[in-house]
Design a protein around this ligand. Structure first.
Ligand code: AHR
Length: 481
């Protein structure tokens, strides 16, 4: 059967299909046209605690605790894309259990500050410097910061710029046994000119739950005011939270120059299922008009400091008195508009076996429209938006049809049809993207539990797409980029 006949027949079929399925239209609100939205977590376990997220030259750059010897970085043009962005090793630290990398540009170079343990010694803060202005590096390890006497334990370093002066805020244990916030003067981004002095100890009740801790400091400056936000109480429990100091003095090295807010500024939200929110960073939206927070949290009150902590982001606002208002941590089911100035970036979805791309077959835009595979090109019919839905699933909508990839009629048998249907966010339109190596991923439907499949291993344009029992073979492996 010639190609053109096949396409005409399928056009007719699609029309009939559209008519028939219109008679069985499924309930549920149609979602807004695909655009930059996302849900949390934006980065899932395991490398998703203590996040630093920054926006630079058109991309978000993300680093987080890895518990390994390496600092790895993700880059994405959108928040929604962070979830499936590739982890790239940017620093091989030469140590173990890398914690809490902080990424910052100082004097036109990027610096990564992170803590590791080395040859059994105390955990200390190390620093790496980029060769140029690319956050992805390459980096040169510049060594260890001498932040505490006698090479003492020091973690969670974050630079503070006050005028032309540079300081390093960090967390360390005081002689009184309290893990506190310190600040040290810096002669350059990789040299402390003196050991740190304590500026905050965990003494208030809300700072001592599950353990007295002040750590994870991150400066926030606006309209000439300097706030030092930080994590309080122990990460081993649901009461890990954020507090805030403001610089109100004239000598940043003196504790008297810092005024502590009486209560926490960000904490657990049981109703939303968010526990132990903390160890955060702040970033600016692509158009520079909004300030956002990235933080980690657990989804259960019984989880702690391990690899269950996932990264979430949300916009912050400002109180009338000029202090930051972080609000409350939102649920992972909340669909959020992406940061202002972000444009959704569509992807192509190419099958490893056929080397063909997922395609809105014959440019149909009515519900029930077919999906086939076709020679990969640049047309809108092959542009797909992966928009995260709840619980780590995504919906997949087509740029030409505006419709979503849908398990037709909630079928669950191998061979079930995949169609395009009005986006409704229901489970039939939710797909779990699982990386399976070499840049490929499987797409498993939340209702059927089946995987998107190059049906019968077709390799000709027009090859069918169905759902089949997940096997991991190359007919079910898709490159999403
Ligand atoms: O996640 C590892 C360490 O635990 C971080 O450095 C610290 O902030 C947290 O409590």
């Amino acid at each position: 059967m010639s190609q053109s006949i096949r396409r005409v027949l399928s056009l007719v079929t699609a029309a009939l299909l559209g008519l028939s399925t219109a008679l069985v239209a499924r309930p549920g609100p149609a979602l807004a046209a695909p655009g930059p939205t996302f849900t949390n977590p934006v980065v899932d376990v395991p490398n998703s605690a203590d996040p630093t997220l920054t926006y630079y030259n058109g991309f978000y750059y993300y680093v987080a605790t890895t518990w390994s010897a390496d600092v790895v970085m993700r880059r994405s043009a959108t928040i929604a894309g962070l979830r499936t962005a590739t982890e790239q090793v940017v620093v091989r630290t030469g140590g173990t259990t890398m914690w809490a990398p902080h990424l910052e540009m100082i004097n036109n170079r990027w610096y990564l500050y992170y803590s590791i343990e080395q040859s059994g010694g105390a955990r200390r803060t190390h620093v790496a410097e980029s060769a140029g202005t690319d956050p992805l590096g390459p980096y040169t390890v510049r060594g260890i910061l001498n932040l505490m006497p006698n090479g003492g334990w020091a973690i969670d370093a974050a630079p503070l710029k006050l005028g032309t002066a540079l300081y390093m805020t960090f967390s360390a244990f005081h002689a009184d046994g309290l893990q506190s916030l310190y600040i040290a003067p810096m002669s350059n981004p990789y040299t402390a000119s003196a050991v740190g002095s304590r500026i905050s100890a965990p003494t208030l009740a809300w700072e001592t739950q599950n353990g007295a801790v002040n750590e994870g400091s991150f400066p926030l400056q606006r309209n000439g005011r300097t706030f030092l936000t930080y994590s309080a109480s122990h990460c081993n429990g649901p009461n890990y939270k954020l507090g805030m100091l403001e610089y109100t003095g004239t000598n940043p090295l003196a504790a008297s120059s810092w005024t502590k807010a009486a209560g926490p500024i960000f904490q657990r939200n049981d109703a939303a299922g968010v526990f132990g929110p903390g160890h955060h960073s702040f970033f600016t939206s692509p158009d520079g008009t909004e300030t956002w927070i990235a933080y980690h949290a657990n989804s259960s009150a019984s989880q702690g400091c391990g690899t269950t902590r996932t990264t979430r982001v949300q916009k912050i606002s400002w109180n009338a008195d000029g202090t930051p208002n972080l609000g409350v941590p939102v649920s992972t089911a909340t669909v959020l508009a992406a940061p202002s100035g972000e444009t959704a970036t569509p992807v192509r979805i190419r099958n490893q076996h056929s080397n063909l791309c997922l395609d809105d077959y014959n440019w149909v835009t009515t519900p029930g429209a077919e999906i086939r595979q076709w020679t990969c090109g640049t047309a809108a019919v092959q542009d797909w938006y992966l928009v995260p839905a709840a619980d780590g699933y995504v919906t997949i909508s087509n740029r030409n049809s505006g419709l979503c990839l849908d398990d037709k009629d909630w079928a669950t048998a191998p061979g079930s049809v995949v169609q395009q249907w009005t986006c409704n966010g229901l489970a039939v339109q939710q797909w779990k993207v699982t990386a399976v190596g070499d840049g490929y991923a499987t797409l498993q439907n939340r209702t059927s539990g089946l995987c998107l499949d190059n049906y019968n291993f077709g390799t000709a344009p027009g090859a069918e797409v169905r759902q089949w029992t997940c096997s991991g073979n190359n007919a079910q492996r898709w490159a999403i980029a």
